[in-house]
Design a protein around this ligand. Structure first.
Ligand SMILES: Cc1cc2nc3c(=O)[nH]c(=O)nc-3n(C[C@H](O)[C@H](O)[C@H](O)COP(=O)(O)OP(=O)(O)OC[C@H]3O[C@@H](n4cnc5c(N)ncnc54)[C@H](O)[C@@H]3O)c2cc1C
Length: 309
């Protein structure tokens, strides 16, 4: 793992920085690249604009590691409102939630009750995605996913290609006919849990994507969302899908708001199923630091705003 990436990921968990960084204009200006605003209205407006370009949307209200049960319940109530506001949208309009924002650290049962509330509020066409957080949360996230999947068909979970365990997790989930969002992984993980080298993460991502798109798995009704901005991987996976006879409209890619915008539009124009995850809210600091860690070149934007305002 690069030194800069490690430092940025350490910074994402630093309380002192978390309190101070958002006060600076140059930091806020850089954040604007990745979030359309702090309010739900701003996120919905950005989502509508994407829908007009043939791109579906997934909404995430920023926040994690909540320590107050009432706050976790308020987050669930907020998502219930979001589901209602996007129910009639023409293209896919879904939500993605962090279990630690729904109370996982406080009590897994409280968290599960909040997830159930979302599943009950979601229409059959509205997928509720569970984000995958740092590795100590993987077991409990998958356990909650299994319980949720037993009562609802529109619940999906994220799996991270950087973890050695993910192949095993994927195999154990397949009989449930899950919806899986495959990502590389965004947290600081030790080398005994995650591939330290990018090239190995990429190779594992491709191997997992191939399995998700294999005929046997698809026949079983699994939804696979390939969530990456890595254009080389996207091309390889698109070629694999085409060779396997999967129509473009059923080959799904997902990206984050503000990253590779041109590629998002290009894939949508080419007929692929393209969804963009839009994050919004005021608790953006740790999330933003993970985006910087993914691409330290983003620090240049930060410096540019520092110098030129
Ligand atoms: C829809 C979606 C949901 C996600 N959910 C989760 C989750 O639940 N849990 C989790 O751990 N991670 C999640 N992630 C983040 C993911 O794990 C990666 O950290 C992130 O996507 C960067 O990896 P990459 O696949 O784009 O590949 P990389 O190899 O990191 O990047 C490939 C190229 O994409 C561009 N790029 C990538 N990141 C950035 C950036 N921040 N700014 C500018 N350009 C960039 C660059 O051009 C880079 O060369 C999610 C990502 C997406 C797209």
């Amino acid at each position: 793992m690069g030194v800069l990436r490690t430092l940025l990921l350490m910074g994402s968990q630093n309380q002192w920085l978390r309190e101070r960084a958002p006060r600076y204009r140059f930091v806020r200006r850089t954040v604007e690249r990745f979030i359309p605003g702090e309010t739900l209205e701003a996120a919905l407006e950005a989502g509508r604009a994407l829908q007009e370009q043939g791109i579906g949307t997934v909404f995430t209200y920023l926040g994690e590691n909540i320590t107050d049960a009432r706050e976790a319940e308020a987050v669930a109530a907020h998502y219930v409102e979001v589901l209602a506001r996007i129910r009639a949208w023409e293209r896919p309009a879904e939500i993605s939630v962090k279990l630690t924002q729904l109370g996982l650290d406080l009590d897994p049962e409280l968290c599960y009750a909040n997830v159930r509330r979302l599943l009950e509020a979601a229409a059959p066409h509205q997928m509720v995605w569970l984000d995958m957080e740092a590795s100590p949360y993987v077991d409990i996230t998958l356990e909650i996913y299994r319980r949720a999947r037993a009562v609802s068909s529109n619940v999906g979970v994220c799996l991270q290609a950087y973890l050695y365990r993910t192949e095993r997790d994927l195999l154990s989930l397949l009989p449930l006919r899950p919806a899986i969002r495959l990502v590389k992984g965004a947290y600081r993980e030790p080398p005994d849990r995650a591939y330290p080298r990018k090239r190995d993460v990429d190779a594992n991502f491709f191997a997992l994507a191939r399995r998700l798109l294999s005929e046997e798995v698809r026949r079983n009704g699994v939804r696979a969302a390939i969530a990456t901005h890595d254009r080389a991987l996207i091309r390889r996976i698109a070629e694999f899908a085409a060779a396997a006879g999967i129509p473009r409209s059923e080959t799904e890619f997902q990206m984050l708001y503000g990253i590779q915008r041109e590629e998002q539009r290009h894939l949508a124009r080419e007929g692929y199923r393209m969804l963009v995850l839009i994050s919004y809210g005021s608790f953006w600091f740790p999330w933003f630091m993970r985006r910087l860690a993914e691409r330290p070149a983003n620090l240049l934007f930060l410096l540019r705003h520092l110098v030129f305002g």
